[in-house]
Design a protein around this ligand. Structure first.
Ligand code: ADP
Length: 269
């Protein structure tokens, strides 16, 4: 089968809205054409998942998303034999479905997954493009319109949870950060329906709070939280209540840190 790039039909659902920060859409498209797997790194809530959803829709490809967690094993991705009505049947996992059908398999927060996941990803992420299914004895060759995309948050990296060089060097990589002020205002306004003039101070506050990352905070305010905050305000919640609920409480449980964040907020809004 040919790559599905031009197979987008007029009745297709609209593209998920994505405001690019640079040339990442062109890079993604070229990587897909040349069968280069992609690693997207960046802090939580900065637009990585939205980017992948946007690109999958733009290229007319099915998207198989897996949110990785520390119990996720290779079998969760490839599949397993299950008992169904007294019979044992093989059921494909999401990675196997993506390889059989073609499309994008997106493994979100891949460093969280168990170590055996790397074993199935390696032959798929290099020029062999093969997924060996030991249990069924199959060797699936990925079709041209299959692409592997993984993401992770370098901020959470620890020695125990780091991608090994042998894994990361099988991917081209893009680093995501938060958008510049004016662009982030436009995104939050578009996503929440709050007018840009009322979004702007929230984005200014987010920038201040992001500076505290590493001192008192593990993570700064994400664009996702900004969208929540602006949506609550658009819905009628008073500004300060919305800021507390969506931009301060989710960041910390420490009373002193919270008091310091409230002080910063009061100085800005
Ligand atoms: P993550 O980086 O954790 O995958 P998401 O892609 O889920 O983050 O982004 C969180 C939210 O932020 C999205 O649902 C969307 O509302 C908004 N967002 C962030 N960046 C963008 C962007 N560049 N264009 C459009 N929406 C964005």
């Amino acid at each position: 089968m040919k790559p599905a790039l031009h197979a987008i039909d007029a009745n297709a659902p609209p593209l998920p809205y994505y405001a690019p920060a640079g040339h990442e859409c062109a890079l993604f498209e070229l990587a897909w054409k040349r069968r280069v797997p992609l690693l997207v790194k960046g802090p939580t809530g900065c637009g990585k998942t939205r980017f992948v959803a946007h690109m999958a829709a733009k290229l007319g490809l099915p998207l198989f998303t897996v949110s990785c967690h520390d119990d996720l094993t290779a079998a969760d991705l490839t599949g397993r034999y299950l008992l169904k009505g007294g019979e044992t049947v093989w059921v494909d996992g999401p990675l196997t479905r993506a390889v059989r059908q073609g499309g994008i398999c997106y493994l979100d927060e891949v460093v969280e997954a168990r170590k055996d996941v790397a074993v199935v990803l390696h032959p798929l992420a290099d020029d062999r493009r093969v997924l060996p299914l030991e249990r069924t004895g199959e060797q699936l060759i990925a079709p041209p319109h299959f692409m592997l995309v993984v993401s992770y948050n370098p901020g959470y990296q620890s020695l125990l949870k780091a991608l090994k060089p042998s894994t990361r060097q099988r991917f081209a990589a893009i680093e995501f950060g938060f958008l510049p002020h004016a662009q982030e205002v436009a995104v939050v306004a578009a996503e929440s329906g709050l007018v840009p003039e009322r979004v702007a101070p929230l984005v200014t506050l987010a920038a201040r709070l992001r500076h505290l990352k590493g001192h008192d905070l593990e993570e700064g305010v994400s664009t996702r939280l900004l969208v929540y905050c602006a949506s609550l305000i658009a819905e009628g919640l008073p500004l300060r209540d919305a800021v507390l609920a969506a931009m301060i409480e989710p960041l910390t449980d420490d009373a002193d840190v919270k008091a310091a964040l409230i002080e910063v907020a009061q100085a800005v809004i």
